[in-house]
Design a binder for this molecule. Structure first.
Ligand code: SAM
Length: 282
């Protein structure tokens, strides 16, 4: 059982200077290069940090503002951080604002180790639903999709090709904490297509020129991977031609297409309709 006593003096470092090297390293996490170098990323908010710890994520550093001193919940999280070998920093509002690039930062920020799932460890079964995203560019879209995957009880997200970083501050913010409960894997399109030949899952692609309405395929009773295209270009030929079915969401008005995260939400609710109807969780 984890020791959760209040950290002793000496286990919490007080920092007020923006030029402190530890603060500089944490600020650098705003850039992907340094996130990858440090294998780390930031998440803001006490609830998120507690959820992450409860889900088994490894905390490297806990940062809280002076306002958090004496707060029982903050002290408990600080004790858990120390117990797992992490660093605890008490910083000024100015430092916290600079780290999170916000005028009104949250009282608590956690720096966690990045964690990705291996595509080769994914073996869809039963009614599992996965989402594969081809070159997703927008962190808001990716975060919203991770959150929606979580909400509908789908299994996870597979990122294909050059995508936006699931561990950027913008993506993590948009996930509203779901980044800690939704497995994310990365693969090149070629590796994904090889993996596809070995899985039991049906690959259902979404395309403006899809030949069938998205409500036609049967989603229940078999594992499914929903394949979504890039925001600007849609799905390329090598991916769309590998799909078992290519579906279209009907549109009325003049819009060319739906926003990627909206289209993914519609697909996820259709693919999970049977499971949600019997009230799995909602
Ligand atoms: N100009 C792009 C194209 O021609 O495909 C538009 C891409 S759309 C913004 C991004 C992705 O959302 C698409 O690749 C597809 O996966 C999905 N999408 C958007 N609207 C859709 C619709 N009406 N039917 C099926 N998929 C759709």
């Amino acid at each position: 059982m984890t020791e959760t006593r209040t950290p002793r003096v000496g286990q919490v470092k007080e920092i007020t200077s923006l030029s402190n090297p530890i603060v500089k390293d944490i600020k650098a996490l705003a850039l992907k290069k340094y996130r990858d170098e440090q294998n780390a990323f930031m998440a803001e908010g006490l609830k998120l940090v507690i959820d992450a710890l409860d889900s088994g994520w490894t905390i490297k550093t806990l940062i809280y503002s002076k306002a958090g001193r004496g707060n029982a919940a903050v002290e408990k999280v600080a004790a858990r951080t120390v117990a797992s070998g992490g660093l605890v920093l008490e910083v000024s509002e100015k430092v916290l604002g600079a780290i999170t690039r916000r005028d009104n930062p949250q009282m608590v920020v956690g720096v966690f180790e990045q964690k990705l799932m291996k595509l080769s460890d994914i073996a869809p079964k039963g009614d599992d639903v996965w989402v594969a995203l081809d070159r997703v560019r927008d962190p808001g879209n990716l975060g919203t999709i991770i959150r929606t995957v979580d909400a509908v009880g789908a299994k996870g997200v597979i990122l294909l090709g050059e995508t936006t970083d699931p561990f950027s501050l913008e993506t993590v913010r948009a996930t509203m904490g779901s980044v800690f409960s939704v497995p994310v894997a990365r693969a090149t399109p070629d590796v994904f297509l090889q993996w596809k030949t070995k899985t039991k899952a049906a690959l259902i692609g979404t395309h403006l020129k899809g030949s069938v309405d998205y409500r036609t395929p049967s989603y229940a009773g078999r594992p499914v991977v929903l394949l979504m295209g890039n925001e600007q270009q849609g799905l390329p030929e090598n991916l769309s031609s590998a799909c078992d079915e290519l579906v279209r969401i009907p549109q009325a008005g003049r819009a060319d297409s739906l926003n990627l995260s909206v289209a993914t939400g519609i697909m996820l609710y259709e693919a999970r309709r049977a499971a949600l109807a019997i009230g799995e969780r909602l």
